[in-house]
Structures are given as structure tokens and as C-alpha cells.
Ligand binder design. Structure first.
Ligand code: AMX
Length: 455
């Protein structure tokens, strides 16, 4: 079985040629206008980034190398056990190489990552242990990642002048795989810092998949004595599959979102993958980006304490109207680009619907399901939001909460485990294609004003 790197090596020459040819033949093709509104409006709508792994369609949502979530669920390999979700390792292979892996290929990548991730550098352990236990988990995450730059193969070889430009991708891949592989131990360490005085909550195993290790190190597998969520064996298997589903579909969402764009921008200065993705994590920590899932959890809990029954649609509607009339938003609804229910939400909802017994007594999960019917009607009547449907954050947090992850700020760390895969894949491809340092031209107010007079 060819490794991921060997498979990638086979794909590279053709792709390099195709991009070179596109640039040579069509380099001057105009893609679209850039308006003053977009320059002072967050570059919304500017089609100005190269990003290979995923693309976002307003009606169908995210596509991974052209495949919808449904197609990924049918075609990407999992553990081989019936009913298990596909492995995020499969998604990494798909993003990196552009093709669906075989079961053997995924299994070898699973093993490779498990071996690469079996210990954290001692200096990273030391740094994490020294941090205050109540420090924001995303700050701990970014510090941990940045500290690992000390072991960066790319940074070391670059410094020594050992590698030429066409070979940069090899060390970038090496660092990226090491980084992704380290995430179970790194996030487990952060979670034990904030919940267990830094004492380990579970064990790492070289024999299991990336998500099983994440769940184990969060203390969420049954064989753990410190089982944080007190899960029975079925629940712990379900939780591992929830983790596989969640981390499998949050890997990437095109290149323009803050965490992906930041990783790409910092990496374009040839900062190594640890520094680049640590910067991406800093962006993911923002409330307008990765923190929305915790808002939804708070909202559902608060709403439940304010209504007498989930069955009373009238009361739910009144509650939502009260929010809208006070000029607040309904968290978990709406999207800047999508115009249909987010298929990532639908996948998480189906996870709950397939387990009615597990969730039948969880008022918050039941309310999340009920809201998906009621809130769009209210938002449509309200008439402002361009998309009245549930977005990605509507369901994920409350499902993690159900199984026992109660530290709301930690949801974003799990998001960050998943999101590593898309932006780091692109970083490897940035080096394969020799993309230059990113350097858009900025304009002052006077500069913009002068342009209005020129037209
Ligand atoms: N509740 C109430 N009003 C909403 C709304 C919602 N869920 N979604 C949009 N609107 C309002 C906007 O505030 C805006 O009002 P304004 O004209 O008075 O400023 C109007 O509808 C038009 O907005 P839009 O073009 O449909 O959306 P947008 O691109 O400006 O914003 C988003 C998108 C996600 C920020 C917005 O829908 C929102 O605030 N949703 C709630 C918060 C949330 O769920 N965030 C997570 C998003 C998922 C993610 O990217 N992580």
C-alpha cells in the first residue's frame, strides 16, 4: 500500500503542470469587479483566493474535493465496523490527494498518525503544565502549538539551507502530519488542565484511530476510570462516532474563513505549520467564528428555563419574537453564504434522530430539534435574515453537552482539532505549487475617494 506521501508524489507533477499552464495561458483573465463596498466590507464576495480542497455552494453547502457530505458518508472508509462513521483520516486523504482512499490506505494512515502522535515534546508538556488552569482553552491550544515550532522539520532545514523551493512541501507535509497527530494528546492535556488539575483523564493507544484517542484522553471512553461523562459502553461508542462525524465534516469550509485564511496568510511568509496553524487557532477563538456553538448551548438552556413545554409551539414562537424585538439574533440560524439548511447541521441532527432512546429525556436536544421546525417560520415572518435555516452551530454543542462535555469554551478546541486538516492540506499544496507570499494592496480613505473621481 502506498503511503499518503507516496500517493501525493504521484499526483504532484500533473497538478503542477496544470496550474502553470492555467497561469501562462489565462493569467490575465478578469474574475470580477472589486467594489468600494467590498474593500470596506470584509472583502465579501471577492473571489481572490486559491483553495483546492473544498468549495461552498449557497444551495448545497460544502463540497470536499467535489463530494457532498452525503457522498462522503457513503464513500469514505471508516473502521470497517458496520454503523461506524467514516474516519477523519479518510477525509484528510481525500483533501490531500483529491481521491477517495481504500480501506487499506486509510488504515495505514490511521496507524501512521497514531505512531507519530504518541508523545508530546517535553517542552510543550512543560509549557502547558505551567499555564493557569483557568486560562482560555484556545489560548492554551495556540501556545501549545506555537511551542512545537521548536521541533519543526521545515524550520530547521530551512534555517540550515538544506532544502530547495521545490522540495519545501515535503517538510511541510512532515510537520503537518506530526501536528495533526499530536492533537489528541495536546487537547487531552488542555482538557485535563481545565477539569482535572492537569492529571490525565485517559490513555493514548497506538492501535486505535485519531478520534478514539481524542475521546479517551477527554476521559470519555467507558474503560476509563475517570469517565467524565459516566458513559455506558453504547454511549461511549456513540460519543466516539459523534466525534468522528463532527471532526470529519468540520475540517474545512473554503479558504476565506478566518482560521483557514489566517493559516494560509501566515504560512505564505514561510512560517512553519505550527506557527501558521497556531495563528489560525487564534482566529478560530473569535466569537464571530468558532465560538458560536457555545452561544447556542447557552441559548437552549436559557430558553428551556423560560418556557413551560417544548410541545407548545406558541410559547416557543413568543419567546423567539421577544428576542427579535429586542434586536438580538437567534443563535444558530442564518449564514453569510449558505441559503439552505447547512448540511453539516443536517448530519448532526440525523445523528440524534437515529438514537431516539438516548435523547428522549434531554430537554435541550429535544428543543434543538423542535427549533429547527419553528425558528425558520418565525425568521421568515420577521423577513430580515437572508437565510432563516439552522447553521452548523445549531446542533453540535448541545450533543457534546449531552454526553458530558460541560466546559462550553472547550467546544472550540474540538473544532480546532478538526479544522487543522483543511488549512494544513492547503499549506502543503501552497508549497507544492510554490505560491508566493500574500500581499494585497491596501487603500486609504483618500485613495478610495480618488477612485470615485476617476470613474
Ligand atoms: N436572527 C435574527 N436576525 C438575523 C439572523 C438571526 N439568526 N440572521 C440574520 N439576521 C439579520 C441580520 O442581523 C441582518 O439584520 P440587519 O439588516 O438589521 O443588520 C439581516 O438579518 C440580514 O442578515 P444576513 O445578510 O441574512 O446575514 P449576515 O451575512 O449579515 O450574517 C450571520 C450571517 C451568521 C452572522 C447571521 O445570520 C447571524 O448573526 N446569525 C446568528 C448567529 C450565528 O448563528 N452565528 C454562527 C454562524 C455560523 C458560523 O459561521 N460559525
Amino acid at each position: 500500500v502506498l503511503t499518503l506521501k507516496e500517493t501525493l508524489e504521484n499526483v504532484i507533477p500533473q497538478r503542477r503542470d496544470a496550474v502553470k499552464e492555467l497561469k501562462a495561458l489565462y493569467g490575465n483573465t478578469v474574475i470580477g469587479p472589486i467594489t468600494i463596498s467590498s474593500v470596506i466590507g470584509g472583502m465579501r464576495g471577492n473571489q481572490s483566493m486559491f483553495w483546492q480542497g473544498t468549495s461552498l455552494d449557497p444551495d448545497h453547502g460544502i463540497r470536499f474535493q467535489g463530494l457532498t457530505i452525503e457522498q462522503c458518508q457513503k464513500r469514505l472508509p471508516g473502521t470497517g465496523i458496520n454503523g461506524d462513521n467514516f474516519l477523519p483520516e479518510s477525509m484528510l486523504w481525500l483533501l490531500m490527494t483529491g481521491s477517495v482512499p481504500s480501506f487499506q490506505q486509510v488504515d495505514s494512515l490511521r496507524r501512521e498518525l497514531a505512531l507519530r502522535g504518541k508523545e508530546l515534546p517535553h517542552y510543550t508538556e512543560k509549557v502547558l503544565l505551567s499555564l493557569p488552569k483557568d486560562m482560555h482553552p484556545m489560548t492554551q491550544f495556540a501556545i501549545g502549538l506555537a511551542s512545537m515550532n521548536k521541533g519543526s522539520v521545515f524550520a530547521t532545514n530551512y534555517q540550515k539551507g538544506l532544502i530547495g523551493k521545490t522540495e519545501f512541501w515535503k517538510d511541510t507535509l512532515e510537520d503537518s502530519l506530526n501536528l495533526i497527530a499530536s492533537l489528541p494528546l495536546l487537547t487531552g492535556k488542555i482538557y485535563s488542565n481545565i477539569t482535572n488539575e492537569g492529571r490525565p483523564l485517559g490513555q493514548y493507544s497506538e492501535d486505535v484511530d485519531w478520534c478514539t484517542n481524542i475521546c479517551s484522553l477527554l476521559g470519555m471512553t467507558e474503560k476509563n476510570s475517570s469517565n467524565t461523562g459516566n458513559l455506558n459502553s453504547q454511549q461511549s461508542l456513540d460519543f466516539i462516532n459523534l466525534m468522528r462525524l463532527y471532526t470529519g465534516i468540520h475540517v474545512d469550509h473554503e479558504g476565506g474563513n478566518v482560521s483557514a485564511h489566517t493559516t494560509h496568510l501566515v504560512g505564505s511568509a514561510l512560517s512553519d505549520p505550527y506557527l501558521s496553524y497556531s495563528s489560525g487557532i487564534m482566529g478560530l477563538a473569535g466569537p464571530l467564528h468558532g465560538l458560536a456553538a457555545q452561544e447556542v448551548v447557552r441559548f437552549l438552556i436559557e430558553m428551556n428555563s423560560n418556557i413551560s413545554s417544548i410541545a407548545l409551539e406558541k410559547e416557543i414562537k413568543e419567546y423567539l419574537w421577544k428576542i427579535l424585538k429586542s434586536n438580538r439574533v437567534i443563535p444558530g440560524y442564518g449564514h453569510a453564504v449558505l441559503r439552505k439548511p447547512d448540511p453539516r447541521f443536517t448530519a448532526m441532527l440525523e445523528f440524534a434522530q437515529m438514537r431516539p432512546n438516548e435523547f428522549k429525556n434531554d430537554k435541550n436536544v429535544l428543543l434543538m430539534q423542535k427549533l429547527a421546525e419553528v425558528a425558520p417560520k418565525v425568521l421568515l415572518e420577521h423577513g430580515k435574515s437572508k437565510n432563516p435555516f439552522p447553521n452548523v452551530d445549531s446542533a453540535s454543542g448541545i450533543l457534546f453537552y449531552h454526553y458530558g462535555i460541560r466546559e462550553l469554551l472547550f467546544f472550540t478546541v474540538i473544532f480546532g482539532c478538526s479544522r487543522s486538516m483543511g488549512p494544513l492540506t492547503q499549506l502543503v499544496w501552497d508549497r507544492i505549487l510554490g505560491l508566493p507570499i500574500e500581499r494585497p494592496k491596501s487603500l486609504s480613505f483618500e485613495g478610495l475617494e480618488a477612485l470615485t473621481k476617476a470613474t
